[in-house]
Design a protein around this ligand. Sequence first.
Ligand code: SAM
Length: 266
Amino acid sequence: MAIDWGVGRYEATGELLAPVSEVVVELAGPLTGRSVLDVGCGTGNAALAAAARGAVVTGVDPASRLLEVAAGRAAERGLEIEFVVGDAAAIPVKDQSAELVISIFAVIFAPDPAAAVAELTRVVAPDGQIIITDWLPGGALTVINGTAAKFMGEVLGGPAPKSAPASLAWHNAEALRAAFAPYGFSVEVEERSLVFEEASAEEYLEQSAQHPMAVSADRALSQRPDAEELRAELKSRLLAAAESVNEDPEGFRVTVGYTIATIRRS
Ligand SMILES: C[S@@+](CC[C@H](N)C(=O)[O-])C[C@H]1O[C@@H](n2cnc3c(N)ncnc32)[C@H](O)[C@@H]1O
């Protein structure tokens, strides 16, 4: 199912992910006057964090609605950032123009990872760096989101797409080395964690229901004559999944592992 990231309300998820942008931008070192490109910038978390540190920032994303939100946030903070509609497979910036290329949980969604890798290596400056975050598989998010994906698979069925491009494990150092080494780049990967907290599992799921993926799934369910039963079944399975990974008996808390890959010319 192709996702239109402009539907629903990614903003709520964006707020939960914002701390990762702060971590990555800090990790990148001093940014005053440096050119930064945020690929898949969404509502602008990393772009804003870099601009607040004095960088000259461009944010690129295929979802124009999210770019409008990002531009509004930048204006509220008095930050000048250029936001451009574009895709990781065809980034609309010049060769070697960005000293820091960031992609926070974004390029990982590119349907053609090989094209994205070629583009990331094309746009980064000769002594620049590329920093990419991905989720570590097997944790709480895998349990909750995997429950939704499994349910939608059961409901929608149908054959797997035949010509899907090979995917890339963006969290895996060896896979990234194999993808970037042909361009003359080396890769280091470190692991971090992020905590999601809400008053209850129900509240977490209510917020997640506005995520573009959940909204797209719901639109598919709405086409079915038994839509209401299907929605109720999905809700109950998601609640069971969320409760199964909940770390807080008084509310809702999950600790989610993610990776930060730093990629430079070797
Ligand atoms: C989970 S959101 C992350 C957004 C933002 N980086 C953040 O930290 O909040 C994923 C983002 O990837 C973008 N995206 C999806 N497919 C993409 C592609 N092929 N190229 C570039 N960005 C893409 C989506 O539009 C969305 O903004």
